[in-house]
Ligand binder design. Structure first.
Ligand code: PHE
Length: 465
């Protein structure tokens, strides 16, 4: 570690070139990390994948993947980022033995961040559009043809799709230019608990609908015949996507962590909170899906066609649905900020671009790379690569290939290259914490269990074995 880094406020790298902003409080670290993890993955992706892949059995695999793969990789990333105090590429360059190309994990991570943003900004665009629609007219209805009509009109209109994506890019770009602690901390700290409470209210309504029981069964009674190699890979990919790992985001965030932050505890809390938000979103959506006779495997539109039905049967639903989409937009923004942070930090620290220029360049590239995803339901719906629209391809390639491969190499790096002594000193905060058992358990998992599981699931899911 460089001696001239500081814990708080402005930091300078060894070369003295780059100022690094940091999180000023421990709560800020937790909130911002959660801000990255909690997002459309919980509210949009988790429910629709659960619906498509058979419910409870999928959730079970997802939880196992979160514990045995997600958590260890997240701890690894926080640990490496804080040790090196640098962006994802530089972190691995500094920590790896000379001439070993582990920094490629960081470089692949930049690519993942880009590709995720390219489709994520589209889904966020739908959320922003729904706030607008809820403000200007009623979108509430318990009739599936009605609610899917509203969604399809929007998603199949090329102009709307592009414009909402650009609105999202402009909003996120503007916040990023304000800097890490100011922009990210302030937005996420206050609003996460409000989202949590609102989701609980929606769950209560959904669970008390007539016929909700089928939805509860769907979420709790596993049907293992639904599992296949592909489904296991999708569940594991979701664990990566959900925790923002395997691509450098959590390395970058770790680089802003305080010296005395208890990393295993922080990461576990983030994991648990993130999991609870996903499960709550599932509980909010599936009872309603079954109660109103919607189909659970509607795919990416599931959230947008189901939620208006739940609010339609709630007092003051017109008002609460606005809150719901505003809070979802904020959660999505927290996640997008952390995604932007990866390429912006690299452009800033590797190429010496100012943060403003780095952000503008990232935004510009995203307008180009994002457009094919935005147009996947309209102009380009017939344009397919590997049998997938660009929206689906970006999503599949990141969650099911790039992030797991990134996570695999990170686990291998920590377990087999960095080694136990380094891990012990990093995770015990140089001996300040008495958490040797935790460290030993972590090390065993990250060295053996995580790499083996990720490899098997990847090979099986991609039909290589
Ligand atoms: N975890 C975020 C979500 O669930 C998405 C994300 C993935 C954010 C990767 C950063 C990096 O919405």
């Amino acid at each position: 570690m460089t001696s001239d880094t500081q814990e708080m406020g402005v930091k300078r790298s060894a070369k003295g070139l780059v100022a690094r902003d940091g999180f000023s409080t421990s709560l800020g670290v937790l909130a911002a990390t959660l801000g990255s993890a909690v997002g459309l993955g919980n509210i949009w992706k988790f429910p629709y994948l659960t619906g498509e892949n058979g419910g409870a059995a999928f959730i079970l695999v997802y939880v196992i993947a979160t514990l045995l793969v997600g958590l260890p990789v997240m701890i690894s990333e926080h640990m490496l980022g804080r040790r090196a105090r640098a962006d994802a590429i530089q972190t691995l360059r500094v920590l790896a033995p000379k001439r070993q190309p582990w920094w490629l994990i960081g470089a692949a991570g930049c690519l993942s961040a880009f590709l995720i943003l390219a489709f994520y900004t589209e889904v966020a665009g739908w959320v922003f559009a729904y706030i607008f629609k809820a403000l200007t007219g009623s979108i509430l209805s318990t009739d599936p043809t009605q609610t899917s009509g509203v969604f399809n009109d929007m998603a199949t209109d090329p102009a709307q799709s592009l414009i909402w994506q650009w609105v999202v890019l402009a909003v996120v770009g503007a916040i990023i230019m304000l800097g890490v602690s100011k922009g990210i901390e302030r937005a996420t700290k206050r609003l996460m608990p409000v989202l949590f409470v609102l989701l609980i209210a929606v769950c209560v309504r959904s669970l008390t609908l007539d016929g909700a029981g089928e939805g509860v069964k769907f979420l709790l009674r596993p049907d293992f015949s639904k599992l296949s190699g592909e489904v296991l890979l999708v569940a594991m990919g979701l664990a990566f996507f959900k925790l923002s790992i395997g691509m450098g985001t959590m390395i970058t965030y770790g680089s802003y962590f305080r010296r005395n932050q208890n990393i295993p505890v922080t990461a576990s809390r983030v994991m648990l909170a993130d999991l609870s938000v996903s499960l709550l979103a599932g509980m909010a959506i599936f009872p309603a899906v079954f109660a109103f006779g919607f189909s659970p495997d509607a795919g990416p539109s599931l959230l947008f066609i189901t939620i208006p039905a739940v609010f339609a049967s709630m007092p003051l639903g017109e008002v609460f649905i606005i809150f719901f989409f505003v809070l979802t937009a904020i959660a999505a923004t927290g996640a997008m900020l952390s995604l932007f942070e990866v390429p912006v930090a690299v452009l800033n620290e590797q190429l010496g671009l100012s943060r403003v220029k780095a952000t503008l360049l990232t935004m510009g590239l995203l307008v180009l790379v994002g457009a094919p995803a935005a147009l996947s339901n309209s102009t380009l719906d017939d344009f397919k690569l590997f049998d997938k629209t660009m929206f689906d391809l970006y999503d599949y390639a990141t969650s099911n290939i790039l992030m797991p491969v990134g996570g695999l190499f990170l686990a291998l790096f920590v377990g087999w290259v960095w080694g136990y002594d380094q891990v012990k000193s990093a995770l015990s905060n140089d001996g300040a914490l008495r958490n040797e058992r935790v460290i030993r358990a972590f090390f065993g998992v990250v060295k053996f269990v995580t790499p083996v599981l990720v490899t098997l699931v990847l090979l099986d899911g991609l039909n290589i074995i």
